[in-house]
Design a protein around this ligand. Structure first.
Ligand code: DP6
Length: 318
């Protein structure tokens, strides 16, 4: 029986990915940059089953059906194609983050699945090939393959669109869970709507490419303040372009906005605090190891908080 187990963590983008140039290959309209977290792991075991006619998928102890199963099967089809195999597989996945609560569990999920499935099917992919494979499951998953900080090069085709590690100063994220509820519009659907209807979409694409270049320079210079400033403005630009869609989409809740304000007030007192948020109401405040406790205490009025730092990329476990 061929089996493999892998573990991966979510990542939080400091330069956001929002919009696809190719839906089938999941090529983004612009590159992005993220921190892989040291918390909320997904651990996935893939076991090949020569007897089975269908793939099966158990998530957190319950058999998955519908879209979740279909997405897993479609992903395994990519792995089968690479491996030249027709065998079906059983996937068993445990996710330590609340699913769809805005902690990008699809990123840790597909990064862990890419590694476990590629090994179970007998493939030994290098980091770039693994990142490209994970991208086919969920765009942001290509960044969770990488340790600590990652840049996802947008690329122009399957070969050139992958994430790789980038050096950056040691920072922390204070994750504020303001609402654990399932988000109303998935990122996939939200991206489509923004692309199809926002009058600001072209400006978002061209400015994101420039922002990423600036972020890469700030990382190379080891300039945490500039990294923080870019992080917050880029997050707000993403939420602005999303809000300009029709029908409109708004992911931030009043408590999320309150965290942005609290971080601004902390900055006025000399504390390192810059806010970002993905496609949901939860927010993350980027800070330094020295200021993390102070930030966590200040924002705890708006939700439950957890301090996380840079963590490992996808890896095999026994
Ligand atoms: C707001 O990677 O979940 O978190 O490629 O359609 O699976 P798909 O989308 P996904 O989108 C993540 C969007 C984001 C920003 C980011 O992580 O860069």
């Amino acid at each position: 029986m061929r089996t493999a187990t892998a573990r991966a963590h979510p990542n939080i983008a400091l330069v956001k990915y929002w919009g696809k140039a190719d839906e089938e290959l999941i090529l983004p309209v612009a590159g992005s940059m993220s921190m892989t977290l040291d918390a909320f792991a997904t651990t996935t075991t893939v076991t090949l089953d020569p007897e089975a006619d269908e793939d099966s998928f158990v998530l957190n102890g319950s058999p998955a059906t519908g879209t979740a199963l279909a997405r897993t099967t479609r992903f395994l089809d990519h792995v089968r194609e690479l491996a030249g195999s027709r065998e079906r597989a059983h996937v068993d996945s445990m996710n330590e983050a609340p699913t769809a609560a805005g902690l990008a569990s699809s990123a840790s999920g597909f990064a862990a699945l890419a590694l476990a499935a590629s090994r179970a099917f007998g493939l030994a992919l290098d980091e770039r090939a693994l990142s490209r494979l994970a991208r086919r499951g969920s765009g942001s998953a290509c960044r969770s393959v990488v340790d600590r900080y990652a840049v996802w090069h947008a690329g122009t085709d399957d070969e050139t669109s992958y994430a790789e590690q980038i050096d950056a100063p040691d920072l922390r994220l204070v994750i504020v869970t303001v609402d654990g509820a399932q988000k109303a519009v998935s990122s996939r659907e939200g991206m489509r709507r923004t692309a199809a209807t926002s009058p600001f979409y072209d400006a978002w694409i061209t400015s994101t490419a420039r922002t990423l270049e600036e972020m890469v320079r700030a990382c190379a210079a080891g300039d945490p303040t500039r990294i923080g400033e870019i992080t917050e403005s880029h997050a707000l630009r993403m939420h602005a372009v999303i809000a300009s869609s029709e029908p409109p989409v708004r992911y931030l809740a009043p408590a999320s906005v309150a965290v942005f304000d609290t971080a601004a007030a902390l900055r006025a007192q000399g504390v390192f605090a810059h806010t970002t948020a993905d496609a949901g109401p939860n927010v993350c405040v980027l800070t330094t190891p020295a200021d993390a406790e102070r930030v966590a205490e200040a924002v705890s009025a708006h939700g439950s908080v957890r301090i996380v730092g840079p963590g490992p990329g996808a890896h095999l476990v026994d």
